[in-house]
Design a protein. Sequence first.
Length: 157
Amino acid sequence: WAALRPVFQPRLVSTAERSPRPPVVAIQRGLVIYICFFKGADEDLVPKIVDTLLNVKLSENENGEFVSVLDLPGDVLIIPQATLGGKPKGRRMQYHANIEKEKGLELYSQFVTLCEKELAANAKCMEAGVLVKHGTYGNRQVLKLDTNGPYTHLIEF
């Protein structure tokens, strides 16, 4: 299983509390993908996930029609989010369903690479100069999103 899940953020860090300041990754209009790989996920699943996420019609174009991020065209920000695999047990969260870290890194790298290839192969995306940006697998990340949402979707594979 691989999943994208809605997120609640119990830990908030103000700018003053962050030291040293982490590098900033920013995108323009596009799609933010939080991804977590569960046990049982393998290389065969990655192309299906990429195809679905890049082609699902979630964004509105200038005519108010829903289009994919490829048809928009828009940037893609990929955030590895292992906490999406958590399940509450008592008053604590457990992450037993998550894939092993090494295998997760391998699948995450394949996912990012395939997203980059798909955007590079799309004429609209190439012409618009859209980008795939991504976080570092296994690292803590401070996030700041400016969104016209909430508009979060859960897609499980």
